[in-house]
Design a protein around this ligand. Structure first.
Ligand code: MN
Length: 381
C-alpha cells in the first residue's frame, strides 16, 4: 500500500485524488485536511478512516468533533493542525492541494519530515521557490508536480540524462475569454468566468484561468521546478487542452505529452512515479479531436500574464505580493465586489506600493504576504 496524506481533501484535486484511491485500491489514506467543508470531510473520515484529520477553520472544530465522536479519527484544527497532517508519521507522501499561499508552511513541514511532495499548491513555489527548492534538496525530498502542464513537462523529461532543456513550451487553454478585447472583458460576469471550456476545477483557479494569471503562476512554478529562466518559457495557447505541455531540447527536438484533460492522470502519475499504473481515465481519441491548434497569448488584453512575467523577472518579494493581491482580488470578484478588469488593477497597485526586497527568507514571505493581503483589501477603485 502507498501511504498518502492529503492537504485540502474536499477541494477539486483532493476529491479527485480520493477517486484515484478508489480506482487503484492500493493507496492508504493516512491523514486528511479541509478548510471548512465539515459535511464532506465527515463523509471522507467515515469512508477512508484516516488516523488524523484537520479542519483548518477553527470555528468549525467543535461541531465536527462532536459529529465524528464515534470514529477513531483524531481531529485537529488551524495552521498547527495542517502542519500535523503534513508531518503525520505514517504517510510517505503528501498531496498539497490547498488553495493559496496557506499551503506554504505545511509543505515545508512535510519536506522537513521527509515526505514525498505531490505538489498541487502552485502558490508555494510562486512565493517561495527560492526557499522551498533548496530545503527539498537538503532533505533529499522529491517534489512531483500535480499540475497538468508541469506533470507533462516532467514526463517529457524522463530519459533526459544530462541533455539541456532549451525551452519549455507551456500550453494554456486560453480560458473562457480568449479572443476578447478589454472593452468586452469589462462586462463579463462571475458566471461567465466560472465556465471553463475544458477543465473542471475549483473556483479560484477557474478565475485565474480566465484572467490568464493561472498561466503566469505556472510560468513561475515551472521556473523553480525545472530550473529554467522565464525567458525560456513560452506560453502557447492551445484551445483543445490535449497537449499538456512540451519541452524543446538543444537539438530543436520537441517532446510533447498528450491526453484527455483529466487531473486524475497527474495525480496517479505522481503517486506511482516512476511506475505507470492502470488507466484512471478514458483513452485519448485523436480522430475525434481532429485538429490541434497553437496561438500566441494576448498580453495586451490579459494584463495578468504580463504582470506575472514582470514579477518573476524582478524576483524577491514581487511574486509573493503579486500572488497575495491576486488571491484577494479574485475573492472580491467572486464576491461580486469588483469587476473582472479590476483584478489586474488591484494587483498592479499593490505591487507598485510595496517596499521591494531582494534575497528573501520564509519570514519575509509571510510578512509581505500579510502586508499585501491587507493593502489590497483596502484599495478603493
Ligand atoms: Mn495547470
Amino acid at each position: 500500500m502507498k501511504k498518502l496524506s492529503i492537504l485540502g481533501s474536499t477541494g477539486s484535486i483532493g476529491t479527485q485524488a480520493l477517486d484515484v484511491a478508489d480506482i487503484c485500491g492500493d493507496i492508504k489514506i493516512c491523514a486528511l485536511s479541509a478548510n471548512s467543508n465539515i459535511k464532506l470531510l465527515e463523509q471522507q473520515i467515515r469512508k477512508y478512516k484516516p488516523s488524523l484529520a484537520c479542519i483548518a477553520d477553527k470555528q468549525k472544530y467543535n461541531e465536527l468533533k462532536s459529529n465524528i465522536s464515534d470514529t477513531d479519527t483524531k481531529l485537529v484544527s488551524g495552521m498547527e493542525g495542517l502542519c500535523e497532517v503534513a508531518s503525520f508519521n505514517d504517510a510517505e507522501m503528501v498531496l498539497t492541494s490547498v488553495v493559496g499561499n496557506i499551503g506554504l508552511v505545511p509543505t515545508v513541514e512535510a519536506i522537513k519530515n521527509k515526505k514525498k511532495i505531490l505538489l498541487a499548491n502552485k502558490e508555494t513555489l510562486v512565493t517561495s521557490g527560492s526557499i522551498v527548492m533548496p530545503i527539498a534538496q537538503k532533505y533529499g525530498v522529491d517534489i512531483l508536480p500535480v499540475d497538468s502542464e508541469h506533470s507533462a513537462i516532467f514526463q517529457c523529461l524522463q530519459g533526459k540524462g544530462d541533455n539541456k532543456i532549451s525551452k519549455i513550451l507551456l500550453t494554456a487553454s486560453g480560458g473562457p475569454f480568449f479572443g476578447k478585447t478589454k472593452e468586452e472583458l469589462k462586462y463579463v460576469t462571475k458566471n461567465d468566468a466560472l465556465k471553463h471550456p475544458n477543465w473542471s476545477m475549483g473556483a479560484k483557479i477557474t478565475i485565474d484561468s480566465a484572467t490568464m494569471m493561472n498561466k503566469g503562476l505556472e510560468v513561475i512554478e515551472a521556473k523553480w521546478l525545472f530550473d529554467v529562466q522565464p525567458q525560456d518559457i513560452e506560453v502557447h495557447v492551445h484551445r483543445q487542452s490535449i497537449v499538456h505541455s512540451m519541452v524543446e531540447f538543444c537539438d530543436n527536438s520537441v517532446i510533447a505529452q498528450m491526453g484527455i484533460p483529466d487531473m486524475k492522470l497527474p495525480i496517479v502519475y505522481a503517486i506511482n512515479y516512476p511506475k505507470r499504473q492502470m488507466p484512471v481515465h478514458d483513452r485519448l481519441n485523436l480522430f475525434e479531436v481532429g485538429t490541434l491548434t497553437f496561438e500566441k497569448p494576448d498580453y495586451e488584453n490579459f494584463d495578468c500574464l504580463s504582470i506575472a512575467f514582470e514579477s518573476i523577472k524582478r524576483g524577491g518579494t514581487a511574486p509573493t505580493v503579486m500572488n497575495a493581491a491576486n488571491e484577494i482580488a479574485v475573492a472580491k470578484f467572486l464576491n461580486d465586489e469588483i469587476g473582472f478588469l479590476d483584478i489586474p488593477l488591484i494587483i498592479r497597485k499593490t505591487l507598485d506600493a510595496h517596499a521591494f526586497k531582494d534575497n528573501i527568507n520564509l519570514d519575509d514571505v509571510l510578512k509581505y504576504d500579510n502586508w499585501a493581503r491587507e493593502y489590497s483589501s483596502q484599495i478603493i477603485l
